[in-house]
Design a protein around this ligand. Structure first.
Ligand code: FNR
Length: 347
């Protein structure tokens, strides 16, 4: 297991084809899914030599907490699809972890296993009372922030799942929601998500909890500013891993616009297609405070449980430290745009 591709290959052998498609797939023609990866392929980093700096460190402060590296786990539904222990095994890897509203293990069990910060990803239901219960329960369990997913008034049109008629296997269910009984994720979303949310939901979340709120799914500088004005403590630049609006831009391509718009007034995280340490460094250089990794974490979980998750995130962090050393960056906050070779304008 040397690169994340090795974990993906091992996971593919273990997960059935329909679960593999559910994890890997995107919306529509999967253009945005592909664009997230391609955006990083075009990055060229400018090395700096003979800097006299010695070995770098990867410690990073995010919302007042020190993370071992600027790398966390993106919220993903139903980790028990990948491993019987699900989110509990993921949490044991000891890396900051955004737990989905659709987690398949209870918040309390996940919190008991975690040694790094846990955040709750919130899908806001039309039934605000059940949303509020979810938030209160996570806060009581020790979760440290709320991540409002703003790009999913309903789930995207995932062609692979439609062709497979994908249903959750028996026993895989949302452990923190009561009485749902849906086994098609898209139907569940359609029935319960509030498709008419506006920016006032940020204030509502702040009013029901004392936790910081981040808005996930921001892809423009103007929306980042609106999030800030609405009282958000951070934004997560995300297109949901290409699973929502097919045709949305690659997250890495819009990161500079968003970081520039908020200019340090709130935390900026990014997810989508981060597969190597050099990708993380490119994100830091473009203004992100930290990145979240999605699918590869489920690959690690399927391939080797907690050790697999720790292995995946360890590869990314080791590669990041190496890239920092070779570019003369002593700590994550020292990465700036001068590290990136300007791309040629299109002919
Ligand atoms: C997701 N994602 C997601 N996002 C969210 O806000 N709530 C959720 O429940 C889920 N569930 C989910 C399940 C699966 C199987 C995947 C692959 C993704 C989106 C996720 O948080 C993130 O935005 C992307 O996965 C990041 O892209 P990469 O790293 O997978 O390319």
């Amino acid at each position: 297991m040397i690169t994340l591709t090795d974990y993906a290959d091992a996971a593919r052998e273990r997960l059935g084809p329909a679960v593999w498609d559910f994890v890997e797939g995107g919306a529509g023609a999967e253009r945005t899914l592909a664009a997230n990866l391609t955006a990083f392929e075009h990055v060229r980093l400018r090395p700096r030599v003979l800097t006299g700096l010695g070995l770098p460190h990867t410690k990073t402060e995010v919302l007042g907490r020190v993370w071992g590296a600027p790398v966390g786990v993106a919220p993903m539904a139903y980790h028990t699809l990948a491993h019987p222990e699900g989110e509990v095994a993921t949490a044991r890897a000891g890396v900051p972890f955004v737990v989905s509203t659709f987690a398949s293990r209870t918040f309390e069990d996940i919190a008991a296993a975690a040694t790094a910060p846990l955040w709750l990803q919130v899908y806001c239901f039309r039934d605000r009372t059940s949303t509020r219960r979810l938030v209160e329960r996570a806060e009581r369990a020790g979760f440290e922030a709320l991540v409002l997913t703003a790009d999913a008034p309903r789930l995207g049109r995932r062609v692979r799942d439609l062709r497979n008629g994908f249903l959750l296997p028996p026993g895989v269910e949302p452990a923190n929601l009561t009485g749902t009984g849906f086994s098609a994720p898209g139907e569940h979303a359609l029935a319960e998500f509030d498709a008419a949310l506006d920016w006032s939901v940020v204030g509502w979340l702040r009013s029901i909890s004392s936790l910081p709120v981040l808005v996930k799914g921001v892809l423009t500088g103007s929306d980042a500013l609106r999030a800030r004005e609405a009282g958000a403590d951070g934004v997560i630049v995300s297109n949901h891993g290409g699973r929502q609006l097919d045709g949305a831009p690659a997250t890495f391509d819009v990161l500079p616009e968003i970081a520039g718009a908020v200019s340090g007034s709130c935390a900026v995280l990014i997810d989508g297609g981060v597969r190597r340490g050099a990708d993380v460094l490119a994100c830091l250089a473009s203004g992100a405070d930290a990145v979240l990794v999605g699918r590869p974490v489920l690959h690690g979980l399927a391939a080797g449980g907690t050790d697999g998750v720790a292995g995946v995130l360890g590869v990314v962090t080791d590669e990041l430290a190496e890239a920092m050393l070779l570019t003369g960056v002593p700590s994550p906050s020292d990465a700036g745009p001068e590290l990136l070779t300007p791309t040629e304008p299109a002919a």
